[in-house]
Design a protein around this ligand. Structure first.
Ligand code: DAK
Length: 267
């Protein structure tokens, strides 16, 4: 597929998807969502890709939400298709087997915040702004914001943001626990890539298991979550990566994880 609305690059096991409609502040139109879905499928099938970074082109915006000019042209059936596509893509992003970092470099509004929330964690630049302004358009968040934001920030903070539609700064987002770290704009990608490289060296099987168990565990009671952890732990122990990690420790050397699923946790 030729990409026109995103830039999709891979280097040393780290894939980067850059939303690339800077004239529209990287707003999400149908064509961009199709390209994003295609890139996610490519990543899911490529075992050499160990970490994904998503970011926006330019200094101003990560993603300024759904393309308002395009959504006003949708009839109810098309709106349903658009919403289904958005949910499907954001679900796929959240469930990707590898770690995903959102590098939020400016406005993350509406669907932009919702994409960032579906990533494993967020690093932001000092100029970043987060918000769910849908209420000001007479709608509500449509790509999971009403569900993921309260789970992350707590119900009351999320209600305040969703009911007012106000934006919050990167610093505020960090104080709410939405953002892990904040950097000057020019240092953001360097910091993101440093963390990405660190994770890319870990065992693929154990990273995948940890991500699955954390995500699934958040939706169940503690006992059920701990039982999921037990099962995933047992599968990790059977992996080539676990043999390599423990052997390397005993031999006092750095592990070299093969990174393949080797049958363990496959599927
Ligand atoms: N869509 C389309 N174009 C956008 C855009 C957007 N979301 N945001 C900005 N742009 C365009 C502007 O129209 C302008 O284009 P030109 O006029 O130059 O052609 C250009 O980007 C630069 O924007 P501004 O001139 O407005 O720049 P400012 O610095 O003055 O303001 C801003 C920046 C981010 C504060 C402002 O642009 C803004 O408020 N943008 C809109 C933010 C917003 O409300 N986003 C939408 C959130 S709603 C659905 C499921 C999900 C959704 C919808 C439906 N289904 C169930 C069907 C999701 C909805 C959302 O995401």
């Amino acid at each position: 597929m030729d990409y026109e609305n995103i830039i999709f690059e891979t280097e040393q096991g780290i894939a980067t998807i850059t939303f690339n409609r800077p004239k529209a502040l990287n707003a999400l139109n149908n064509a961009l969502l199709d390209e994003f879905a295609h890139a996610l499928d490519t990543i899911a099938e490529d075992e050499k890709i160990r970490v994904l970074v998503v970011t926006g082109q330019g200094e101003k915006s990560f993603v300024a939400g759904a393309d308002i000019k395009e959504i006003t042209t949708l009839n109810p059936l098309e709106a349903k298709t658009f919403a289904g596509k958005g949910h499907d893509i954001i679900g796929r992003l959240q469930n990707l087997a590898i770690p995903v970092i959102a590098a939020v470099n400016g406005f993350a509004l509406g669907g932009g915040s919702e994409i960032a929330l579906a990533c494993d964690f967020i690093y932001a630049s000092e100029n970043a702004k987060f918000g769910l302004p849908e209420i000001s358009l007479g709608i509500i968040p449509g790509f999971g914001g009403t569900q993921r934001l309260p789970r992350l920030l707590g119900k009351n903070r999320a209600k305040e943001m969703i009911f007012t539609g106000d934006m919050i700064s990167a610093e505020e987002a960090m104080s709410y626990g939405m953002v892990n770290s904040v950097y000057p704009y020019e240092n953001l990608m360097e910091a993101v890539l440093k963390t990405a490289r660190k994770m890319a060296k870990k065992g693929r099987v154990s990273l995948r298991a940890a991500k699955q168990v954390i995500n699934a565990g958040m939706d169940v009671d503690l006992g059920s979550g701990c039982r999921m952890e037990c099962d995933a732990f047992a599968l990790c122990i059977a992996s080539e990566d676990a043999k390599e990690g423990t052997t390397a420790f005993i031999e006092k050397r750095k592990p070299e994880f093969c990174g393949t699923l080797s049958g363990t946790l496959k599927g």
